[in-house]
Design a protein around this ligand. Sequence first.
Ligand SMILES: NC(=O)c1ccc[n+]([C@@H]2O[C@H](COP(=O)([O-])OP(=O)(O)OC[C@H]3O[C@@H](n4cnc5c(N)ncnc54)[C@H](O)[C@@H]3O)[C@@H](O)[C@H]2O)c1
Ligand SMILES: O=C(O)[C@H](O)COP(=O)(O)O
Length: 413
Amino acid sequence: MSDVSLAKDKIQILLLEGVHPSAVESFERQGYSNIEYIKGSLDEDQLCEKIQQVHFLGIRSRTQLTAKVLAHADKLLAVGCFCIGTNQVDLHAARERGVVVFNAPFSNTRSVAELVLAEIIMLLRRIPAKNMAAHQGGWDKSAQGSYEARGKVLGIIGYGHIGTQLGILAEQLGMQVRFYDIEDKLALGNAQAVASLPSLLKQADVVTLHVPETPQTQWLIGAKEIATMKPSSVLINASRGTVVDIDALASALKNEQLSGAAIDVFPQEPSSNNEVFESPLRGIAQCLLTPHVGGSTMEAQANIGIEVAGKLVRYSDNGSTLSAVNFPEVSLPTHATSRRLLHIHENRPGMLTAVNQIMADLDINVSGQYLQTDEKVGYVVIDVDIDPEAKVADEVVQRLRDIPGTIRTRVLY
Ligand SMILES: NC(=O)c1ccc[n+]([C@@H]2O[C@H](COP(=O)([O-])OP(=O)(O)OC[C@H]3O[C@@H](n4cnc5c(N)ncnc54)[C@H](O)[C@@H]3O)[C@@H](O)[C@H]2O)c1
Ligand SMILES: O=C(O)[C@H](O)COP(=O)(O)O
């Protein structure tokens, strides 16, 4: 794998899926000018071709960064997911190639919580069905099946950044908040943890999903789980499309086993706004369908642009991997009076000794050293006392590169 120590204008950045222009502005403010901006996503073949020249890649939830794509990414140093989810990236394959992956873990969480809050009220009042009827010339003025949110039980599955915020907002409406999470979580406000998923499903008037896509959350809600929910209850999914069995949900809604649903994410989503959206949920009156826009507000997108571009710039300029999702996290001071060497390697015994032996052999004084490892990868950062104006000797870089198990070496200028 090639080693990179380039001037900023030689560093190629590719931004896909129309990430907010605030990202471009952030890169440019920091001196990065070689930026390609594409509004849509690329398919696997296009990505395999395009990624070969790219040092930093920015994507959102649609771009699938598979092991095959990453195998073509010889120059790639880091990926920024300009969203929360990172399930679209093969994180292990990236790590093994020394590619650091960042995301924006909370910039759009308030937007999702607000949308879900609105959907709770809409569903409990049966507004989707009334809205559809009115558009077709109907006039369904009736209180039948319509309820206030006040006093109802909100069951949150996944009590993380979004689930907790939603819980706080829902309590302001007078809802009783219960949650189920696989981790022990601090209950905020008057929320109460529930010990099992079936128990939460049984007692909730509104069930809302805020879990990541993992093997454990795949098809978490299917026919069996829906059957345990109250017939008057509603289901909301703004997490990932693979969490709910859509066929089972469609049939439950048609059979009035549930009172309604609001779904923002789907097992198959159109790859662009020009593609037709297909789903068994289409046409079901009491089902609110939104095109994966839970986090799509101007505020969230602008903040995500700044946040993720900032993380990529810090990694590029300074080597910091703080808040990386697939990599040992190293937080670093600036290196104004020294040169900085980055060495990414397989985590095996003797690596640090080998690195330090090179410094001793070449009589280079080390002014700072930082090391973090995980079970697979080690990341060592070495600040060396070389005049910041001088070039690091090629011999140092070559010898670091020759250490068996080295994945990548970089010099920061
Ligand atoms: N619709 C959208 O536009 C949109 C926007 C943002 C995030 N999301 C999705 O929402 C998800 C949640 O976001 P977040 O910021 O709250 O994440 P988070 O990581 O802060 O919280 C997720 C919670 O789910 C829990 N969890 C994991 N597996 C579980 C399981 N099997 N059962 C119960 N709980 C489980 C975790 O312990 C954690 O507390 C994201 O992973 C993303 O996929 C969607
Ligand atoms: O993971 C996320 O943050 C959401 O799913 C939003 O993804 P998007 O930026 O592709 O809309």
